[in-house]
Write a protein that binds this ligand. Structure first.
Ligand code: PFF
Length: 445
């Protein structure tokens, strides 16, 4: 049987599609706002360059050499203790867990695409009211759109690497880039653009707490899709003789530039129309709709386009969150792709309903423990434990477990004299940083 592989551009767009997601547009701007704008952006860029890029290459290497699902790839590559190392591959579960809330959020975005066509809230207060009413009381709407997200994502997964994932990314990613570029160009023409640049690039050192460092590393992992086998699984279908370093560079570059462009554009709009920057996660669902309202009719068009772009970003990430476990059941249990996709889809869909209900007034109490509802727990456990743990395992695995000669044979020709720098950072800087992040997110530090 001929194995389906990504084309070169297909791989870059699919991996970038995985990386560019809700995290870039939904999370990056508001954490930037929270931690002092420019100072945080600077720390974030350094984190991405030092840690994110190193792990991206390492994770790609595991998939590229292992050629199978995460569990099998770890098992194939570990020289000894294979039965232990194979657990590294179970990181794929983290993706499935993230989907539990990711799909619900994509559902909200679908809903906003539809409503923005004809309605925008006239003030931030009204926008807040609209959003919280949907969140806390409207089960039908949320369920409807969550179902739509589930059907779309599962369908693409059943079509496989070439006909599903690559094809979708080849269409959605360029469209997303086009929409964001168009809106960015418009924001350039507004007076507030300078203010947005100031905000994002002028450092306010006083807000740069140690928490900001931890957030920056955590976010770098989340936004680059690292530590949970998404990049690994895609890399197993990379063409032979691919240049991993170049591919990793493109993915990191696209992800980072899209986050910055989206941030500049959003802050310009927010400043221009008076809503201001730091508004927490409600930025996209509360401040922005009210801002689009102020723009008049062009605001409706922008709102729809913006939410379409956001939906595309979310959908291309979603398939990569589920694919590791789909591939796992195909490789280890010889399930058909259809069966694996439907089962995994149903998993996040059904548990996603619990996450959805945990925001609804009538069920919130029942689904809240220790001050966090189910939705927030899933977010917390994946971001605070599973992701950094996955990164840590991968760094140690490539840095200490796989024979150096094997790593060198692929990466030395590609990294040249930087090979040793990369290897050192992977062995020492990254694991220590990941460890600190984990402890601090768990509240130990
Ligand atoms: N990178 C995605 C985002 O920024 O929204 C989220 C994500 C996708 C995380 C895939 C992890 C992953 F494996």
């Amino acid at each position: 049987m001929k194995i389906a592989r990504f084309s070169r551009i297909g791989f870059i767009l699919a991996a970038a599609g995985s990386a560019v997601g809700l995290g870039n547009i939904w999370k990056f701007p508001y954490i930037t706002g929270e931690y002092g704008g420019g100072a945080f952006v600077l720390v974030y860029l350094i984190t991405v360059a030092l840690i994110g890029f190193s792990i991206m290459i390492a994770e790609m290497l595991i998939g590229y050499l292992g050629r199978k699902d995460g569990v099998t790839s770890f098992e194939n590559l570990a020289p000894k203790n294979k039965h232990l190392w194979k657990f590294g591959g179970f990181q794929g579960l983290a993706g499935l867990f993230i989907m539990i809330f990711y799909s619900v959020v994509i559902g909200w975005i679908f809903h906003y695409i539809v409503t923005s066509l004809s309605y925008l809230p006239a003030s931030v207060a009204e926008a807040e009211q609209t959003f919280t009413t949907m969140l806390h009381t409207d089960i039908t709407t949320q369920l409807f759109y969550h179902t739509l997200a589930f059907l779309w994502i599962t369908y693409v997964l059943t079509r496989g690497i070439k006909g599903g994932i690559e094809k979708m990314n080849l269409i959605l990613m360029p469209t997303l880039i086009l929409i964001l570029s168009g809106m960015f160009l418009y924001s350039l023409s507004l007076d507030a653009f300078g203010k947005a640049v100031d905000f994002m690039f002028t450092p306010n050192w006083s807000k740069l707490t140690s928490e900001a460092f931890v957030t920056s590393v955590g976010h770098a992992f989340f936004t680059l899709s690292l530590g949970m086998g998404a990049i690994l699984t895609y890399s197993a279908s990379m063409e032979k003789n691919s240049n991993l370093v170049k591919n990793a560079f493109w993915v990191v570059f696209l992800d980072t530039s899209i986050a910055i462009v989206a941030g500049l554009m959003l802050f310009t709009f927010l400043y221009q129309y008076g809503a201001g920057p730091a508004k927490g996660p409600g930025l996209v669902f509360i401040s922005l709709p009210a801002t689009f309202y102020e723009m008049g009719i062009i605001g409706n068009i922008f709102a729809v386009l913006f939410f379409v772009a956001l939906a595309f970003a979310g959908l291309t990430s979603s398939v990569s969150l589920v694919e590791p476990m789909v591939q796992y059941f195909i490789d280890r249990f010889s399930w058909s792709r259809l069966k694996a996709s439907i089962y995994m889809g149903l998993f996040f869909y059904l548990i996603g309903i619990i996450a959805l209900l945990s925001n609804v007034d009538d069920y919130q109490k029942l689904l809240t423990w220790g001050g966090k509802n189910f939705f927030d727990w899933v977010d917390y456990v994946t971001a605070a434990i599973m992701l950094p743990l996955g990164g840590l395992i991968m760094a140690i695995f490539v840095g200490f477990v796989i024979e150096k000669s094997r790593v060198e044979s692929v990466l030395k020709p590609q990294l040249g004299k930087f090979f040793e720098v990369w290897y050192f950072s992977l062995r020492y800087i990254t694991p220590i940083a990941m460890f600190i992040v984990m402890l601090s997110l768990l509240g130990v530090l």
